[in-house]
Design a protein. Structure first.
Length: 107
């Protein structure tokens, strides 16, 4: 959350490309990078929900990694995500993602 730092986003993209280049191409997982950077929690939640909906995914895996960010700053991001983004994201996903039998609720 916060204003995007394009220098750090470039470093992050480079690390994703490096991870994709390791090993035998046919056997390696492909790490896709979806960056949603905004100072507005609603924009972040909407971006994640849109990605889930358009991809047909039934789960969300959010990774917090940002080169050059201190541990304190990362903890602040995690707390802000949990307090400001997750409640809205849960509400949105509950409306748009169909539940499967035996699946855990997003709320």
């Amino acid at each position: 959350m916060g204003e995007p730092d394009h220098r750090r986003l470039h470093a992050l993209e480079s690390s994703v490309q490096a991870a994709n280049a390791i090993g035998v191409p046919e056997e390696q997982p492909h790490y896709a990078a979806e960056y949603i950077a905004s100072p507005d929690p609603g924009t972040v939640a909407a971006g994640i929900a849109d990605t889930v909906q358009t991809s047909g995914a039934s789960a969300v895996n959010v990774k917090f990694y940002y080169p050059g960010v201190s541990d304190r700053q990362m903890r602040e991001q995690l707390v802000a995500f949990g307090q400001q983004v997750l409640p809205e994201l849960r509400g949105t996903l509950a409306q748009v993602v169909p539940t499967r039998p035996g699946a855990r609720s997003v709320t």
